[in-house]
Ligand binder design. Structure first.
Ligand code: MRU
Length: 345
């Protein structure tokens, strides 16, 4: 099955509501920029590259809804601000905002209907490029996988989190498509259960043998020699290679180091933020504790108990074996090689 997390249909942006998966396939029809911003904030669409695509399409919707060019620049800034406020950590969101801003600047002199067309086309281009980028990440990353391996992943860095192929799961998918046969362990990823609901669903659709584990099982599996490789995605990578990803990723990296298991990040260049020297500068989203004290609609804590929910953590570069990108696999020390990527771009 081809997974399409987001696409244009007629004059609307269609967003697959990931909060309902795997039980229900339902698309949200967004015709206004604030509907897209809400879908990002409320996790209907999530995963750094998918958030970036949604941001671009939301901005294009904002321009598409303009009736005239009066105060157009002011109104465009309002549209960008609406999207920028939705979630803070995924670099791809701000990357997409900047790309759409540049296209707007270049074309704002055009008549309004041509400008609208250019903005919509650019957002579609971002979607198509993301799928191609993921396929390249898969191409480079699949060399790390051999038949018989047991691979651990965290959260969901699959088709759902991107334009439609996946970063960490793109690598797994590419190796599977090549005929390699292996097994995947998916951390359930509390509290949103992206691993249990989304990763398990995607991999099951592909026919890839997958076992869901609770987040606290990974260490014991590694100690028993039952994990050969860890591959996860990323939300933002600083210039020195420090990487923000779903909360719990840092724990896995420490465990992997302890057990001498290779630990890889898979991410497109749009996730790198070279303006940040280290991971300490990455803004980490803090979501409501209410999302922790419930599983679905059911409360699991005594009433009045406080809960804390950092949505991401930062894995120091020294714990990362390599970063799989569309330009190949980057190896430590990352700072020089990451700086050279910028020069080549
Ligand atoms: O809170 P989420 O579901 O948006 O977090 C997603 C992740 O942490 C992913 O691993 C990351 O965005 C990479 S997706 C290719």
């Amino acid at each position: 099955m081809k997974i399409r997390p987001i696409f244009w249909q007629d004059d609307a942006v269609m967003i697959l509501d990931q909060r309902l998966l795997p039980w229900k396939i339902k698309y949200l029809k967004c015709t206004k920029v604030n509907q897209v911003a809400r879908a990002i904030k409320n996790m209907a669409i999530r995963g750094a590259p998918a958030i970036g695509i949604a941001a671009a399409m939301g901005i294009a919707l904002g321009v598409r809804n303009l009736k005239n060019k009066r105060d157009i620049e002011k109104r465009f800034v309002k549209t960008l601000t609406c999207i920028a406020k939705s979630r803070p950590t995924a670099r791809n969101l701000f990357w997409a905002i900047e790309r759409m801003r540049q296209v707007f600047e270049k074309n704002k002199g055009k008549n309004l209907s041509d400008l609208k067309l250019v903005m919509i086309k650019e957002s579609q281009k971002i979607l198509n490029e993301d799928i191609e980028t993921n396929q390249k990440i898969g191409y480079y990353g699949k060399s790390l996988i051999s038949s018989g391996m047991k691979i651990l992943t965290h959260c969901n860095a699959g088709a759902l989190a991107t334009g439609g192929y996946g970063t960490a799961l793109g690598v797994i998918r590419a190796a599977w498509e090549e005929g390699k046969r292996f097994e995947v362990f998916a951390d359930e990823t509390r509290p949103y259960l992206q691993g249990a609901r989304l990763t398990a669903w995607e991999l099951k659709e592909e026919g890839i043998p997958t076992t869901v584990i609770t987040d606290n099982t990974a260490g014991y599996l590694m100690q028993r020699g039952e994990i050969d490789l860890v591959i996860v995605g990323a939300d933002r990578i600083a210039a020195n290679g420090d990487t923000a990803n779903k909360i719990g990723t840092y724990t896995l990296a420490v465990l992997a180091k302890r057990h001498r298991i290779p630990f890889y990040i898979a991410a497109p260049l749009s996730t790198f933020d070279l303006s940040l020297k280290t991971g300490r500068e990455i803004p980490i989203e803090v979501r409501s504790g209410n999302e922790v004290i419930k599983i679905g609609k059911k409360h699991i804590c005594p009433e009045g108990v406080k809960a804390l929910y950092y949505a991401f953590d930062v894995t120091p570069a020294e714990l990362i074996t390599g970063i799989i990108t569309e330009r190949g696999i980057l190896k430590s020390p990352f700072d020089k090689v990451i700086a050279s990527l910028e020069k080549e771009a």
